[in-house]
Ligand binder design. Structure first.
Ligand SMILES: [Zn+2]
Length: 318
C-alpha cells in the first residue's frame, strides 16, 4: 500500500496527514502556521513527525497545498495571507530533507484532484471544482488533465468580473465573482442588500453575522437570509452558465464553506445556471456538492496530487 503525506498550509493553521492510495487518512494533525517562524521550521516539524510515526521510509511523495503555490516553480509567491513573506522555494526546502517526490499546488487544484480520485468526480473527464471559502477558487479538469495554463496559475475564476463597477475586490478591480460568491461576499450582502424583509430578519440583531448564520437562518425560513442565498446563487449560477459556453464541462463540484449545507445551495445554483444556459448545453451539466469529508478534505486533496502522478503513469490501479 502506497502512503503519501498531504500538507495544507493556511494563513492560520497548517494541517498535515498520512493517506493511503485508497483515500484512508491514517493520521491527521494540525499546527498554527504562525507558531512556525520560518518555512524551515515547518519542514523540520513534518520530518520529525514522519520519522516518529514510522512513515518516513514508506512515503511515495509529499503533496503540499498553499495559497499562491505555483506547481511549475515549486515556490509560494508573495502570499498575502501568510506571515512568511516574499518568494519561498518550498519544494526545494522539502527535497533537502525528503527523498520522495514533492509537489506544490494551490488549494483549488488539490481539491479538484482529491475530488477526481476520492470524491464525486471519479468518473468525470471534464469538470470544475469550485472552492467557496474566504474567496472563490477553481480547479479545472479538461479531458482528464488538470489545467495549469502557461504559467501554472490557471483557474482564477473568482476574478471574472460579473457586475460592471460592482464591489471592490482584493485584486484591486471591481465586481469580481468572489466579491459575491464566497463567505465574505455573503457577509457583504447582509449590509448591502436592501429589502422589506431586512427589518424583520434575525440577521440584523446578530453582532458580526457570518455566512454560516445566513445559511442557517435561510434554512429556518428567515426571508432576508433566503434573499441573500438566492442572490448569491443567481450570480454564481450565471457565472457557471458562461463558463459552460466556452469549455463544455460535464459538472461543477462545489466545495467548502457555502456548500456545506448539503444540496440546499447547490440546487439553487444549478437552477440559476440552467436559467442562463445557452440552449445547446441545457440539462447536460450537473452542479454537485463535494463528497470529500470536510474535516480531512485538505489532506485528501494534497496527498491526492501525489497519487495522481502515479495514476497518470498507470503505476496504481484506481
Ligand atoms: Zn478580483
Amino acid at each position: 500500500m502506497k502512503i503519501a503525506l498531504g500538507i495544507d498550509i493556511g494563513g492560520t493553521k497548517t494541517a498535515y496527514g498520512f493517506v493511503d492510495e485508497k483515500g484512508n487518512v491514517l493520521l491527521e494533525k494540525s499546527v498554527f502556521t504562525t507558531s512556525l517562524s520560518t518555512p524551515l521550521d515547518l519542514v523540520q516539524l513534518i520530518k520529525s513527525e514522519a520519522v516518529n510515526f514510522g512513515y518516513f521510509d514508506e512515503l511515495v511523495g509529499v503533496g503540499i497545498g498553499a495559497p499562491n503555490g505555483n506547481q511549475f516553480t515549486g515556490s509560494i509567491d508573495f502570499a498575502p495571507n501568510l506571515h512568511w513573506k516574499g518568494q519561498i522555494p518550498l519544494v526545494q526546502l522539502f527535497k533537502n530533507e525528503f527523498t520522495c517526490i514533492v509537489l506544490l499546488t494551490n488549494d483549488a487544484n488539490a481539491a479538484a484532484i482529491g475530488e477526481k480520485l476520492f470524491g464525486v468526480a471519479k468518473d468525470f473527464t471534464d469538470f470544475v471544482e469550485i472552492t467557496l471559502g474566504t474567496g472563490l477558487g477553481s480547479g479545472i479538469f479538461v479531458q482528464n488533465e488538470l489545467l495549469l495554463g502557461k504559467h501554472g496559475i490557471a483557474g482564477e475564476y473568482g476574478h471574472i468580473r460579473m457586475i460592471p463597477n460592482g464591489r471592490v475586490c482584493g485584486c484591486g478591480r471591481k465586481g469580481c465573482l468572489e466579491t459575491y460568491a464566497s463567505s465574505t461576499g455573503v457577509v457583504r450582502s447582509i449590509s448591502e442588500l436592501q429589502s422589506d424583509n431586512k427589518k424583520i430578519s434575525k440577521l440584523i440583531w446578530l453582532e458580526n453575522p457570518t455566512a454560516k448564520d445566513v445559511f442557517d437562518l435561510a434554512l429556518n425560513n428567515d426571508l432576508f437570509a433566503i434573499e441573500i442565498v438566492d442572490f448569491t446563487a443567481k450570480i454564481l449560477g450565471s457565472a457557471l452558465a458562461d463558463y459552460t459556453a466556452f469549455s463544455d464541462p460535464e459538472a461543477f463540484v462545489l466545495f467548502g464553506g457555502l456548500s456545506k449545507n448539503g444540496d440546499f445551495f447547490t440546487k439553487k445554483v444549478e437552477e440559476e445556471m440552467n436559467k442562463n444556459m445557452l440552449n445547446i448545453y441545457q440539462n447536460k451539466v450537473k452542479v454537485l456538492t463535494s463528497s470529500l469529508n470536510d474535516l480531512n478534505a485538505a489532506i485528501l486533496g494534497t496527498s491526492a496530487t501525489i497519487f495522481w502522478e502515479f495514476f497518470k503513469e498507470k503505476k496504481i490501479i484506481q
